[in-house]
Structures are given as structure tokens and as C-alpha cells.
Design a protein around this ligand. Structure first.
Ligand SMILES: CC(C)(COP(=O)(O)OP(=O)(O)OC[C@H]1O[C@@H](n2cnc3c(N)ncnc32)[C@H](O)[C@@H]1OP(=O)(O)O)[C@@H](O)C(=O)NCCC(=O)NCCS
Length: 298
């Protein structure tokens, strides 16, 4: 067998785009709720990385960039017809990146790529997922779900802080520092500004806020967001009220709202190390599009 040769991605962008096109076709066969993409050249255009060839044929590429103390590859970060070659590419790139943390994104359906990174000591850290919208099921949680307003600003900020606290604790260990109340308020300040990017809902029980959910009109144009999609960007129920159906009611409500407003699908994402969300969303029918795999050295 001819020897594997490694080249700068900048010299073989067309070949990388072709590998990506093949990968994406396999992805869409496994999960139709991905965007329709005709031209893959723009998706590899700005990437920095390497291509492996064998006997003059491109068999794999890997591309990414360092952000802070972590090297990242994104939705178009790798593709292979010879998955094992990605390990050779990682060996070269990892040394070049000069960091000790790595995050790579692989299609959820591409078990060969998952296995390749598993055997490079990566583990699963997060999921990007999708499902169809559907008419709202009536829910019997004993409260109501209503549109959020700027009067819910404090409640939203405090939900955000609760989530940050949960993610910072074991077993998530997000490493993120807790925001101040002013920072949390700032984070939510444009939610009700009438600009149409966000749609906020609040679940009430006995007249008090019990939980909330935020939809986001996430832009299309990447290899993840399908046409006619809206994103479930945030959902949380007060800790003492969890397990009573508030989350089910919020989920049914947002899926129904999205369905009634012409959205075909809903995306969301979660950390696989968040025990609550990583169990809740798959049970609500969200299917993995991509996995984020993580490795820290040593
Ligand atoms: C994820 C989250 C929003 C779910 O909210 P919740 O109100 O606890 O959800 P529910 O009570 O509706 O459902 C939780 C479970 O209880 C079950 N349940 C609901 N009502 C019930 C009842 N009356 N009796 C028994 N079980 C019930 C549900 O079926 C569900 O189980 P399943 O997933 O195995 O089917 C909540 O756990 C949370 O706020 N987590 C922290 C924040 C977070 O991680 N958010 C997501 C960020 S990505």
C-alpha cells in the first residue's frame, strides 16, 4: 500500500471539500434534519489544517484553530474516507497547536470518526441535536405557560445563574466563572427588545415563575442548522419544582408554538456531563447531529 503523505490544507482545498461532501451525504442519510448544502468549498475556505493523501488520493483532512487555551475543530473540521488517517493528522496538528486542551466536533452518526478520537483519548462532552416540531400536546402540570416579558428579566437572570452553578459543579466541571447579577441581567437584556431574534416563555405554577424556555432564530448557513428551524437555546425549571411536569409542559409548548409558526424543526444542545439535560432532551425526541469530543493532556 502506498505510504500516507501529509500536506497543508491550503494546497488541497478542493480535495478536502470533496471529502466533506461525501461525509455530509452520509450524515444526511442518517439524519435528514441537516441543511441542504450544494457547495462545500466555502466551508473549508477559511480553514487551517492538513490533508492526508495515499497514492495521490486525499483520504482525510483535519482543520481547526486555537482559541484561548483550547484547540477547536468545528462542524467542517474533519472528514475521511480512511478514518485512521485522522489520527496521523491529529498527531501533527496537536503538536503544532501547542495547547493541552482539544475539542473536536464529529457527526453523531459517524462511528468511525468517533472511534478514531476515542482511541486518541477523547471523551464525549456535548451534543448538538434536532427534532421535528409538532402540535402542542395538552399538559397537566397544573399551571400555565405564557409569553415572557421584560417583567421576567430578574427571573431569567437568576435561572441563568442556576444553570451556570449546575454546570460548574460535579460532574460537569465547566470551569466557567459565575457571572455577577449585573452580567446575567446584561446577558438577557435584548430578549424582549422586539428585534425578533428571541422568543421567551415562562411556566407559572400558583402564579409564580416555575420555569422558562428561550427560543432563538439561529442563523442558517453552517453544516448544522436546517432550513425552517428554530433553536431551543435555554430551558430551566426551579430546582425544587423539577420532576413534576413543568419541563414537559414547556417543551410541548415551544414545539407547538414553533409548529404553529411554520418552523419544521427545533435544534438544541446540551453537555453530556449535565445529568439533567443529557437525560431529558433525548427522551423528548432530540436526536444527535454532532458530538463535541474533548481531551485534556495529560
Ligand atoms: C431539564 C429540566 C428543564 C427538566 O425540567 P423538569 O421540570 O424537571 O422536567 P419534568 O418534570 O417535566 O420531567 C422530568 C422527568 O419527570 C417525569 N415526570 C414529569 N411529571 C411527572 C410526574 N407528575 N410524576 C412522575 N414523573 C414525572 C418526566 O416524564 C421526565 O422523565 P423522563 O425524561 O424520563 O420522561 C430540569 O431538569 C432543569 O431545569 N435542569 C437544569 C437546567 C438544565 O440543565 N437545563 C438545560 C440546559 S441545556
Amino acid at each position: 500500500m502506498p505510504k500516507l503523505e501529509i500536506h497543508p490544507l491550503s494546497e488541497l482545498r478542493g480535495e478536502a471539500a470533496a471529502l466533506l461532501a461525501e461525509r455530509f451525504e452520509r450524515q444526511r442519510a442518517a439524519e435528514p434534519l441537516l441543511p441542504e448544502v450544494d457547495d462545500f468549498a466555502p466551508h473549508v475556505a477559511g480553514l487551517d489544517g492538513l490533508v492526508a493523501t495515499r497514492g495521490g488520493t486525499a483520504v482525510a483532512y483535519l482543520a481547526g484553530a486555537v482559541e484561548g487555551d483550547t484547540a477547536w475543530t468545528r462542524f467542517a473540521g474533519c472528514a475521511a474516507k480512511e478514518a485512521e488517517a485522522v489520527r496521523d493528522l491529529f498527531a501533527v496538528m496537536a503538536e503544532r497547536w501547542q495547547v493541552s486542551r482539544f475539542q473536536v466536533v464529529v457527526p453523531g452518526s459517524d462511528l468511525e470518526l468517533v472511534d478514531v478520537f476515542f482511541r486518541l483519548a477523547f471523551g464525549c462532552q456535548a451534543f448538538w441535536a434536532v427534532r421535528e416540531t409538532e402540535p402542542a400536546e395538552p399538559s397537566g402540570f397544573g399551571g400555565r405557560v405564557r409569553p415572557g416579558t421584560s417583567a421576567d428579566h430578574e427571573a431569567a437572570a437568576s435561572f441563568d445563574e442556576d444553570l451556570m452553578r449546575l454546570q460548574a459543579a460535579s460532574p460537569s466541571f465547566s470551569g466557567m466563572s459565575m457571572p455577577t447579577r449585573a452580567e446575567s441581567l446584561e446577558e438577557w437584556a435584548d430578549t424582549w427588545d422586539g428585534q425578533d431574534a428571541f422568543v421567551h416563555f415562562v411556566a407559572e405554577l400558583d402564579g409564580a415563575v416555575a420555569g422558562h424556555a428561550l427560543l432563538y432564530r439561529r442563523p442558517e448557513g453552517d453544516l448544522r442548522v436546517p432550513e425552517g428551524n428554530i433553536d431551543l437555546a435555554h430551558a430551566e425549571v426551579r430546582e425544587e419544582l423539577r420532576g413534576r411536569g413543568v419541563g414537559l409542559a414547556l417543551t410541548a409548548h415551544v414545539l407547538g408554538w414553533a409548529h404553529d409558526h411554520g418552523y419544521r424543526s427545533m435544534t438544541t444542545d446540551w453537555r453530556s456531563v449535565n445529568l439533567l439535560s443529557s437525560r431529558f432532551w433525548p427522551r423528548r425526541g432530540f436526536r444527535p447531529q454532532y458530538l463535541r469530543l474533548y481531551r485534556a493532556v495529560p
